[in-house]
Each structure stands twice: as structure tokens, then as C-alpha cells.
Design a protein around this ligand. Structure first.
Ligand code: BG6
Length: 487
């Protein structure tokens, strides 16, 4: 029974793993901001669940500390918001704890009120299956009294097989329409802008294909290292941590066919079709189409095996076997401890087929479209222009647009609101997850077997291994944020 707008409805957001970093740094600040802007339903309560020994009061004050810097105006909003927060000490996998939470929520709604719930699994991924099974066993995913939605954080599995197993647990207790698999990149304003840029303009579509595009570069580079998460990271590495999720989502948005609508089904079907069309490599081909690196000093970090071969940097070269993209290389690149933090998609167009200008004074640079996801969010188009003067020289110039800084909100705000409203467009469907693992698995295997795949060391604060430059081949070069023509 969903809310029909006539009877009152209360929304309860239950955060499992509430004592953790994600709840403190991301979820509660995002919910607080939504509350301040009046975006949350009028009747809304929050229940934090964790094993730590805390009272409602000490839980609220730990959240307030994490938000920090509350001025007087914020303080009174916080008090109003925090009045709806309570804490339950317990475990997400334990029936007794879940039944206690279920009773608290049901009692707060009473028989005449719609009891809508959002369960957020801010937990160690190993706990997802048992938590989902326990929620199912306790009848807490049954939608008779109101909606029951579950938000699941990445990583969703560690390879194709484990993602299939997890999906089958999910589907044994809930319908796909109840499941919201988060990839926070889809909550970023600039990632959503990819859809607007491609499908609310007519001028790009005619050139968005193999006839005009030479190659596509998707780079998500970070200056931070593994930031005390080395224990997790050493098992994941760049392929599982970034490539399978964020970069694969960016690839599907850039390469997909126009969907018939922006609705969740239409959008996700087109994204899945691109992933289906990505060429599936064997391990040897995966090794030949990738480069991996590790920053100096990584092995000395706490939680990292002294002989660890985990890659903190990686480049993969993918091909999409369909009419639009046949033969166009898509380079996906990501790494940690690099010179700068930048996420950007560069679409390198082909050079003009013939130049009529004197090549002495005109060195025609092919057009380049750079869509910057962060920082300096915006779009840059590099084109050739006449060099002023008495000769017919040319030089690259740029058209640019930048989002005003204040409009960029944290991705979790948008995603939480969509999950509350039941809009799945910006969440990953089960088939997308399994397909992206299918693409990444051969790289993981090739790298783990060190199959013809050297692990290059690179200095912290550098641009990554020099081998990544040679890897592009064909006179191509990486386009770095703000570099325009790549110089
Ligand atoms: C996370 C990864 O999913 O994304 C982190 O686990 C990474 O390792 C982070 O640092 C990057 O996100 P953003 O939004 O800072 O680019």
C-alpha cells in the first residue's frame, strides 16, 4: 500500500552501520541539508542502527560533531532535525534486533498511517547477503503497510559470479523495483549533465560516432592515496574500486544510444546495451589492452602486504562492437596519489581529412571536447582559429562553460531524495552490475596472474607511469584537465 496522498504517511529511514564513516560524513549531512531546504516529507524519522553502545543523545551529538561548523541558524534547524533521530543498538543480521526496529517503526505509525521505509545498508559488503536475508525473514520487505526500499552501497560483489549470487539473494527477498544500488557518480550534477548535453542538444549527435571520433578518454584521477583504507583497498585495487563502477557508468552514459525517455527503465536498458556491446576479452587480450601501476611507498602502508601487487593505477582500452563505435578505442584511466584530482571525459575528434593551409604556419589540431566532472565542473570545446596576422596560420582556441560553484551539491543529496521518491533512474540495475563485472573480470585475472602485465611503479604526486603515455599509441596523447589541446 503506497501513500495515496489522502491518508498520512510517515517515512522512516533506517541506517544500518550508523556509527560508521559513511553515515557521519555523507548520509546524515545530506539528509540534514535536504531537511533544511524542505525537500523531505513532513513526517520523517531516522533510526541509526549499529553495535556500538550509544544513547539517542550521544548518537545525535556524534553526528553534529561530524557535520561541524553549525552557526546559530543551523543550530536551531539541527535541533529540529535531530529531534527525529533515534538510535538502536543492534545488528542488521539478527532477527531480535530487526524485530525491535520493526516494532518501533510500526508503533510510530499506528494502523491508519502509511508506513514507508528506506533501509540504507551502510555496512561492510560482507554483511549484505545476511542482512537482506534477515530483513526478508522478518517480513520487513513486505510492502503491505507501505513502501519498503533498500539502498545498497558499492562494492556490489567482487566479480561477476559474486554479483550474480548477491543479486539472487536480493531477488529472493525483494523485487528489483525495491532495490537502489548506489554509484555516487550518478548523483553528481555533471554526470547527469552528460544526459542533457547529449540529448537536449542536436548539434553533437551527428558527430557522436566512429565517423568523427578518434578516441574517447575517461579519466578519474585522484591526488589522495588510500587514506587509511588500505586494508580494503589492497583487496580491491583500482579495477574493483573505481573501474567496475564509476568509470563503467561514465562509459555507458557517453556511449549509449538515445533512450526513448529519461525514465529508469528506458535509461538503464540503453546503458546495459552498451555494456553488452563492449568487447569481452580473454585474459591475454586483457593484459595486452591494459597498463597497471602502483605508487611508491604503497607497500609500506598499514594493512598492505609487503609484497602486494595491487594496482593503485590502471588504464584499460575497450572497444564497443556496435555500429556507432566500431573501432574507436575508449581509454579508461584511474589512479591514486597522482598530481591532481580531476575527473574528465575527453572526446578526441578526427583531424580534418585534408588541410588546405600551409603546414609551415598552420599546424591543425583536431577538435577536442572535454567534459569536466570535477573540479572546475564544465565543458570545453577546442577548435581551430585563425592566428591574427598577415599569414594564414591557425591556433587552437577554446569555448568553455563552467557551472557556478554554489550549485554543485553533494551527490548523496540527489540520490537519497530519488530513493525516497522511488525514482531508480540514477541507480544501477542488476544486469548493469553483472555486465560491468564481466568486462572487468579478465583484467583482474590478467593482473592477478601477472600475465604479461608489468606492475609499473610511479612516484607520488606524478602523472602515473610513463608507460601509460606509450600505451595510447598512434600518436595519441592524454588530455589532462584544463590543457585544451593536450599541451
Ligand atoms: C569511491 C572509492 O567509490 O570513490 C574511493 O571507493 C574514491 O576510493 C572515491 O576515492 C572517489 O569519489 P569522488 O567523488 O571523490 O571522485
Amino acid at each position: 500500500m503506497a501513500s495515496d496522498g489522502n491518508s498520512a504517511a510517515r517515512l522512516t529511514i533506517v541506517i544500518f552501520g550508523a556509527s560508521g564513516d559513511l553515515a557521519h560524513r555523507k548520509l546524515v549531512p545530506a539528509l540534514f541539508h535536504l531537511f533544511k531546504t524542505g525537500a523531505l516529507p513532513d513526517l520523517c524519522q531516522f533510526i541509526g542502527v549499529a553495535r556500538s553502545d550509544m544513547t539517542d543523545e550521544s548518537f545525535r551529538s556524534s553526528l553534529a560533531d561530524a557535520i561541524g561548523g553549525l552557526d546559530d541558524a543551523d543550530r536551531s534547524s539541527w535541533d529540529a532535525f535531530a529531534g527525529n533521530i533515534s538510535y538502536v543498538r543492534g545488528s542488521s543480521t539478527d532477527d531480535e534486533s530487526l524485530k525491535a526496529i520493526d516494532a518501533i517503526v510500526s508503533n510510530s505509525c499506528g494502523p491508519s498511517m502509511t508506513d514507508d521505509r528506506l533501509y540504507y545498508l551502510a555496512l561492510a559488503p560482507g554483511l549484505y547477503p545476511t542482512t537482506l536475508e534477515a530483513l526478508g525473514r522478518c517480513g520487513m520487505l513486505d510492502q503491505a503497510a507501505g513502501s519498503r526500499r533498500v539502498v545498497i552501497e558499492k562494492p556490489f560483489g567482487t566479480d561477476r559470479e559474486s554479483s550474480q549470487e548477491l543479486n539472487s539473494v536480493v531477488h529472493s527477498v525483494a523485487d528489483e523495483s525495491q532495490v537502489f544500488r548506489i554509484d555516487h557518480y550518478l548523483g553528481k550534477e555533471t554526470v547527469q549533465n552528460l544526459l542533457v548535453f547529449r540529448f537536449a542538444n542536436t548539434i553533437f549527435e551527428p558527430v557522436w560516432n566512429r565517423n568523427y571520433v578518434d578516441n574517447v578518454q575517461i579519466s578519474v584521477l585522484e591526488s589522495l592515496d588510500t587514506e587509511g583504507r588500505s586494508g580494503y583497498y589492497d583487496r580491491a585495487g583500482v579495477l574493483r574500486d573505481m573501474m567496475q563502477s564509476h568509470l563503467m557508468q561514465l562509459l555507458s552514459l557517453i556511449a549509449m544510444e538515445p533512450p526513448v525517455s529519461a525514465g529508469a527503465d528506458a535509461l538503464r536498458t540503453e546503458k546495459a546495451k552498451v555494456l553488452q556491446a563492449v568487447r569481452k576479452y580473454g585474459t591475454e587480450e586483457a593484459a595486452a589492452n591494459s597498463i597497471r601501476g602502483q605508487y611508491d611507498g604503497y607497500r609500506g602502508e598499514e594493512g598492505v602486504a609487503p609484497s602486494s601487487a595491487t594496482a593503485t593505477y590502471g588504464v584499460t582500452r575497450l572497444f564497443i562492437d556496435n555500429w556507432r563505435w566500431q573501432g574507436v578505442p575508449f581509454y579508461l584511466r584511474s589512479g591514486k596519489a597522482l598530481s591532481e584530482k580531476t575527473s574528465e571525459i575527453a572526446i578526441q575528434f578526427r583531424p580534418p581529412p585534408h588541410t588546405i593551409f600551409d603546414t609551415q604556419s598552420a599546424n591543425v589540431t583536431p577538435n577536442l571536447l572535454q567534459i569536466t566532472i570535477q573540479p572546475d565542473e564544465g565543458v570545453h570545446l577546442t577548435f581551430e582559429n585563425k592566428k591574427p596576422g598577415t599569414r594564414m596560420g591557425t591556433a587552437p582556441e577554446r569555448l568553455e562553460y563552467h557551472f557556478p560553484e554554489q550549485v554543485i551539491r553533494d551527490a548523496y543529496e540527489r540520490l537519497l531524495l530519488d530513493a525516497i521518491e522511488g525514482d531508480q533512474s540514477l541507480f544501477t540495475r542488476s544486469d548493469e552490475i553483472e555486465l560491468s563485472w564481466q568486462i572487468i573480470d579478465p583484467f583482474v585475472q590478467a593482473w592477478e596472474q601477472s600475465l604479461k602485465s608489468q606492475l609499473y611503479q610511479y612516484e607520488r604526486g606524478s602523472n602515473g607511469p610513463a608507460a601509460a603515455d606509450e600505451f595510447l599509441g598512434g600518436g595519441r596523447r592524454w588530455h589532462q584537465h584544463g590543457s585544451g589541446d593536450g599541451e
